[in-house]
Design a protein. Structure first.
Length: 368
């Protein structure tokens, strides 16, 4: 078994990793195998990155031949016992099950029961289309963030290289095998800023810093009104990102972001739920409670139904995609679009606009 250790000098991560867990309790994990199935493939390298004494470091264990899988597994678990959080890239689907199955095959008494896992791939893959990525492979994220690699081999090419190494060990092959895994570990650290987009939609920490109405003209020349919200975001975004849905628009870069939402000035309807207690007055196109409408001539009133038990109001409204603020308004009974009134009280409610900004962002993210 070969072991390689390296201190990453002048290496810094721009993502606030302590958001995930205490730095000294986090261990990054990446493995190299000769295939995807543990029964027919060999585990030939385990690499870890960790933070110690103010610096990032890596440690790797490589099997010199096929019989040393148990040796590198034992070395890894012996080292990892001081850590509580495992960060990996798609490890839930590959690294962790592969290691678990290997331990069972080799009758080794190790498991991941004492660890809490953080899968970078699983956190960012739901936003592939939002970020306009072809896929969410680690190398794709590295390219997206402008990260350059040192090694020139793919994982597939490394399989053949390892088989050659077992038959005929050489310094060149050994370095190439260690380098690829080391670059995977460093790349995992360097792509961490991509998690800022996960934080944007999941931490519910976006805050409305400034709110104002804005007037503009649409393509037909008609004057429109929109709500412009300047946002304070939880984590600096590594690249400019724009997105739109349902006539709402988001733009974010670095620590600044803005959200535009249309303001609808029109007449909408508020529907009463207890329609059996109301009469509908066709002439006035309004529903009144029976305690009041009981004095109206019978020929001018009808028993209200769910579809006509409403009152109409002309005002300024904002859209919502679930009932966030009440009372909520609709254009028609069967309409799925929901609105709430932009009242004078709401205009002064900064906390309410913070809640609304997170609501709109969740809607935009869900459409991609």
């Amino acid at each position: 078994m070969k072991k390689s250790e390296e201190t990453l000098e002048d290496f810094a991560i721009s993502y606030p990793l302590d958001k995930l867990a205490p730095l000294e309790q986090i261990l990054f994990l990446d493995i190299e195998t000769t295939g995807f199935t543990s029964r027919t493939s060999y585990l030939y390298m385990i690499g870890c990155a960790y933070y110690q004494a103010g610096k990032w470091r890596t440690i790797q264990w490589m099997a010199d031949d096929y019989s040393q899988e148990g040796d590198i597994l034992t070395a890894f678990f012996d080292f990892a016992r001081d850590y509580r959080y495992l960060v990996h890239f798609n490890g839930n689907n590959f690294d962790l099950p592969f290691i678990t199955q290997k331990c069972a095959q080799l009758k080794l008494p190790f498991s991941f029961d004492g660890f809490q896992g953080i899968d970078i791939y699983r956190r960012i893959s739901p936003y592939k289309f939002f970020l306009k990525l072809p896929n969410c492979k680690q190398k794709t994220l590295e390219q997206y963030l402008g990260i350059a690699r040192t090694d020139v081999f793919s994982s597939g090419e490394l399989i053949g290289l390892y088989h050659d190494y077992v038959k005929n060990p050489s310094e060149f092959t050994e370095k190439a095998l260690f380098l690829h895994n080391a670059d995977d570990l460093k790349g995992m650290l360097e792509v961490l800023p991509i998690l800022a987009y996960y934080d944007l939609f999941n931490e519910n920490c976006v805050k409305a810093r400034k709110v104002q109405a804005n007037y503009y003209k649409d393509v037909s020349g008609a004057q429109r009104k929109e709500l412009l919200i300047t946002l304070q975001i939880p984590t600096s975004l590594p690249r400019l990102v724009t997105a739109s849905a349902a006539n709402c628009y988001f733009r974010g870069e670095g620590e600044s972001a803005t959200l535009k939402v249309p303001i609808y000035e029109e007449e909408l309807k508020y529907f009463y739920s207890n329609y059996k207690d109301y009469y509908y007055l066709p002439t006035e196109d309004v529903a009144l409670h029976k305690s009041v409408a009981g004095f109206v001539d019978k020929e001018h009133r009808l028993q209200a139904s769910a579809a006509n038990c409403y009152t109409r109001k002309f005002s300024c409204y904002l859209p919502q995609w679930e009932i966030l603020f009440t009372p909520f308004f609709k254009r028609d009974y069967k309409s799925k679009e929901l609105f709430f009134e932009l009242t004078d009280e709401m205009k002064k409610n900064r906390e309410g606009f913070t809640q609304y900004a997170n609501h709109v962002l969740s809607m935009i993210a869900s459409t991609y």
